[in-house]
Write a new protein. Sequence first.
Length: 552
Amino acid sequence: MKALNLRAILATSVIASLTSALIVDKNVEQLSSNENKYLKLDFASETFEKSSRLPLQKRDTYATVNISAEFYYVVQLSVGTPGQNVTLLVDTCSSDIWVTSPDNPLCDGDIFYDNVEKTAKHVVVAAAEESTVSDGDSNGLLDGEPVSTTPFESSVIYPAEGLVDCGFFGTFNPNDSSTWSTNHTDFVITYSDNSTAEGVWGQDVLSIGGLDISGVPFAVANYTNSSLGVLGIGLPGSETTYLTNSYMYDNLPMVLKKSGVIDSAAYSLLLAAYNNYTSGLLFGAVDHSKYSGSLYTIPMINIYESRGYESPVEFDVTIYGLGISSTDSNTTIATMKTPALLDSGSTAIFFPTTLLNLAAEQLNATYSEEKGLYTIPYSPANISFVFDFGGFHINLPIRELCSVSYGEPEYILNIVAHNENRIVLGEAFLARAYVVFDFENYEISMGQSSYDYAEEDIEAIISTVPGAVKVASYSNSWSSFGSITSGGDIFTISSNAGKAVVTPTQSTTRSTQSAQSTTSSTSKSNNFGYSGISYGSHLLLASAPFVLTYLL
């Protein structure tokens, strides 16, 4: 196996004297605590070909071939007064918002790097004007170090002539906004692979989903080599201010709750696996039509407790085993009790090297030195990976992890090996799992995504996820790093019905409404077309100044 490259990552940022954010204009009726409240953002599609810029690309640090993402999940919103439209990458593993300034010198495209290829093809957009607001009428690990979010891991670009087309994704000029204010504190994130953002912290009005939210803290990057900024919706514990100065502010999910838009700081995420299905975010609610069977609740785990963090800072959960299911057999690859990060900012799935080798052996896959990945000598149709979360399974068709090796009768398995003792589950996995992120209870509720055309069945989250089933292994989750054991049996686990605890349905009125008209969405191709890998936003400790060497 190839050695992983080292990356030195320096991340510093400070916020001081930030005021609480307020909703200044709801464009909806007055909300009350007894109403079924939520904010719905649907994703639509865009293509990089509509822009003259070279698209986002992730340089491959494990394989010898360039593998890039076909899609990025982003949201369009308006910033300032009057509003300036920007497009931001939606990232569950970062918690801060930053936008690009038109003063960014790389907007001129006057810095050159060699061998930049145009490989990413599509970007998925959540259009704010087509969002829905309901008011009730209807381990990275480094020697155990905790780490802060690195949004560039999923959106990194390499400067070249015309590469940073700032106009395509939009910029924000604070001088043109009458409501902008800044405390003149610096925001700086720098990476050894030349991806960087530098700017200043401040606050202004954000218009998203029909709401104008004032006083939202975010940074304006006066220098960045990324084409678009980031809308971080991760846990407050991964805010750069908390990781550097133990200062925690209200990020977007918390603002929505405190402003009364939603009752609980939680959201549901669906990244659709098919072109004709809608991807999106649902703040403060769950859509029962988007999953099959039950939703199962598992605890977030705190893999950085030994470093002094009292609560989880990222969306890590426990995986108990991995198997393979086909039309005529089920095979357990390995059993374990291993952390897994749910990361919408990564198009890749990362396995510990030991686990990937075991999976490849079961698939008869061969490692390609040229490609730096495993290849499968047959079509993997009707074969799925089965992820065991300690009482329920999520199935992921292997074909959705494969790309065609042109001119050769083989399929490239786009799973990346790394030397960390945890799994990273990026967009490919999240396209098959309907996930509810509960900030207040530090829980994840998850079910198999449903692609039946069904009428929306949206129910607000008041205190816990309504109707969710707490798994039997809830109190027996990961506590320390251990080994991955070949074999075992994940397919004869006891019935969830006999052991699980069902969360009582909350005393709210279920809202069932027909799907509203939205732009058509485009997601990953399933004709062996999920060919992209970009490296996800693993959390990295931002300590000012603090330097980490990150293994990727």
